[in-house]
Write a new protein. Structure first.
Length: 197
């Protein structure tokens, strides 16, 4: 299910565990909430968890479902709500129209486009990563590895407490046409991904 893939690409197990009150050690170990656990026996890996005590395992959606005693669908919905994720990718018509607008509208336009691009990049990073050393690098994986730091930095500038920096970042992105080109690119991606679904 594409919604599940979106959630798993956007939220790590460690983020979910800490958000729901677990204390996670630097090595990814924590006390297992699924059985009486005096010493950390639950290992949180990037894509899955495993408990050496009770054998519980799964991904971030399985973890949330088991933690709250809810269905996988409800767990995905809860994660989306708790982490501010739109499980339905925005269509081109959902994106704000591009033209010279007041600075707050420009900032919203930039944030919307960059968040959608970030969602694609995170999915590509997981979906296309090489299985083993020496495997060919997929172009989508290469794009994700190249662009993730830049997109995260731009979003930090736009969403941080420095309002002047946010305004200047949005102005730069809009004035040089970056956001217009990114919005057009995202439109083509959505069409291609619907074809591949």
């Amino acid at each position: 299910m594409r919604v599940f893939e979106t959630i798993k690409a956007a939220v790590t197990l460690r983020q979910a565990a800490e958000h729901y009150g677990l204390r996670v050690l630097p090595n990814g170990m924590t006390c297992c909430p699924f059985h009486e656990d005096a010493h950390p026996s639950l290992k949180l890996n990037e894509d899955y968890f495993f408990c050496f005590g009770c054998g519980a395992s799964g991904d971030v959606i399985d973890f949330t479902a088991k933690l709250f005693g809810i269905s996988l669908k409800d767990a995905a919905t809860k994660l989306a709500a708790d982490f501010g994720i739109n499980p339905r990718p925005p269509t081109q018509s959902d994106m704000p129209t591009f033209h010279a607008e007041p600075s707050r509208d420009r900032e919203r336009l930039c944030i919307c486009a960059l968040r959608e691009y970030l969602r694609h990049l995170r999915i590509w990073q997981l979906r296309y990563r090489p299985e083993k050393p020496g495997d060919p690098i997929h172009p989508r994986f290469a794009e994700a590895m190249k662009m993730l730091p830049t997109v995260n930095e731009l979003l930090d500038c736009l969403l941080g407490n420095d309002l002047l920096l946010a305004k200047q970042t949005a102005k730069m992105l809009c004035d040089d046409g970056h956001i217009q080109r990114l919005s057009e690119y995202l439109g083509t991606l959505s069409e291609k991904e619907r074809d591949c679904a």
